[in-house]
Design a binder for this molecule. Structure first.
Ligand SMILES: Cc1ncc(COP(=O)(O)O)c(C=O)c1O
Length: 389
């Protein structure tokens, strides 16, 4: 029996596999060799991996002379490899280390605290404003008194819950004034902002997750400046310059290229953001003073995310109602066990516990261009009216 068609509005959590990736999955016996093997199948797999490497340097405009690229299982692994690797390298060289991030960063960044402090180093999560922005002056005051040998800042390009965009230009300015290593969490950029391919070569590293833009789950990649030493997290056969040992995931890696190519050909930011604004205005008109859209006053938001706070209605309940009506969206305040916890992102922006338990995240497809498509608005409206009645 066919299940009724669902409306998927959870693209910041993950994206469906892109059509050209589906096509390679259908090919029998496709490049299953180990890229490190010396025989023909191994060499074929190596060629494919190298093809993707070249493609990625080209796609993001970075130079192979200045950056190393390594593949991994996704941003959680990539970010852990870089942050922990830098900290451990400092420990090895008996240097001091301090780490900065925003309180609103993803938990794979914020949860580095225990490890970093265990090594005897400093960890600081910086507060953000009601609009999700860093107080740069306050940060500069802190950083200017920090005498650590290695200072690392994680910069989340696009926030996964609110869609707030932290510009690379801004962090380049910060880097210019202070001697900082900057890692950019670029996970939520592809298919969500116009300039997703425009990386700043002066920043030190970037991480992306394949499944967020239509590649296979368990695939991701990071760029890191070629002269940076990291103590590897995974010791093994020394693949990928020893940064990330283990047999490369050829299918996952190749799917990254296919999915990004598809995005390059089909993503239209201005159509997406125009349609998002229409949807947002309809929502605002409907909810009136019974809720708000988080970060709406911030002119720097992405093209696909609407973080909707419905006053007094726990997101746990509202997300369930949407689910029963065939709409998949995200409840920013649920933890993996399903318990209702307040959204750390909203708390960091100064919302109270109750409010931080009441936000729903609508995240739209890169190809979203019409609010009536698939009956999206009529269905969304119906559920919102029911919740607010
Ligand atoms: C901004 C951001 N960083 C990092 C991650 C972690 O990515 P993954 O779960 O693919 O490892 C996510 C996932 O939602 C994210 O949105």
């Amino acid at each position: 029996m066919n299940s009724p068609k669902r409306i998927y509005l959870d693209f910041n959590a993950t994206a469906p596999v892109a059509p050209p990736v589906m096509e390679i999955l259908k090919q029998e016996g496709w490049a299953y060799g180990n890229p490190s093997s010396v025989h023909a199948l191994g060499k074929k797999a190596r060629r494919l991996v190298n093809e993707v490497r070249e493609f990625l340097f080209d796609c993001f405009g970075l130079s192979e002379e200045k950056f190393n690229l390594f593949f991994h299982s996704g941003a959680t692994e990539g970010i852990n490899t870089i942050i922990k690797g830098l900290a451990l390298q400092c420990l090895k060289e008996q240097k001091s280390f301090s780490f900065y991030c925003l309180e609103s960063d993803h938990s794979c960044v914020n949860n580095q605290q225990e490890f970093i402090e265990l090594l005897g180093f400093s960890f600081k999560a910086l507060p953000v404003s009601r609009n999700g922005e860093l107080d740069v002056e306050a940060f500069e005051k802190i950083i200017s008194t920090d005498s650590s040998d290695q200072k690392v800042l994680n910069w989340t390009w696009v926030n996964n819950e609110t869609g707030v965009v932290n510009s690379l230009k801004q962090v380049c300015e910060i880097k210019k004034r202070f001697d900082l290593f900057v890692h950019v969490d670029g996970v939520q950029a592809p298919g969500k902002i116009e300039e997703w391919r425009v990386l700043a070569p002066e920043l030190d590293s970037y991480t992306f997750s394949g499944h967020k833009f239509g590649a296979l789950k368990g695939s991701g990649f990071s760029f890191i400046k070629e002269n940076i030493l990291l103590l590897p997290l995974l010791n093994g056969g020394g693949q990928q310059l020893g940064i990330r040992s283990g047999t490369e995931n050829t299918w996952g890696i190749f799917s990254i290229k296919e999915a990004l190519n598809y995005l390059i050909l089909n993503y239209n930011f201005s159509e997406q953001s125009k349609a998002k604004s229409i949807l947002e205005n309809k929502i605002i008109e409907l909810i009136g003073n019974r809720g708000e859209i988080i970060g709406i006053a911030n002119p720097s938001r992405n093209g696909n995310t609407i973080d909707l706070l419905l006053y007094g209605i726990k997101a746990h309940t509202s997300a369930m109602v949407f689910d029963m009506d065939g709409i998949d969206l995200s409840n920013g305040s649920a933890c993996s066990s399903g318990a209702v916890i307040a959204s750390r992102v909203l708390l960091s922006m100064g919302y109270d516990e109750d409010q931080a338990k009441s936000a729903l995240r609508i995240s739209l497809s890169p190809y979203f261009s019409n609010v009536e498509e698939q009956g999206l608005w009529p269905n969304l409206k119906k559920v919102l009216e029911r919740l607010l009645s």
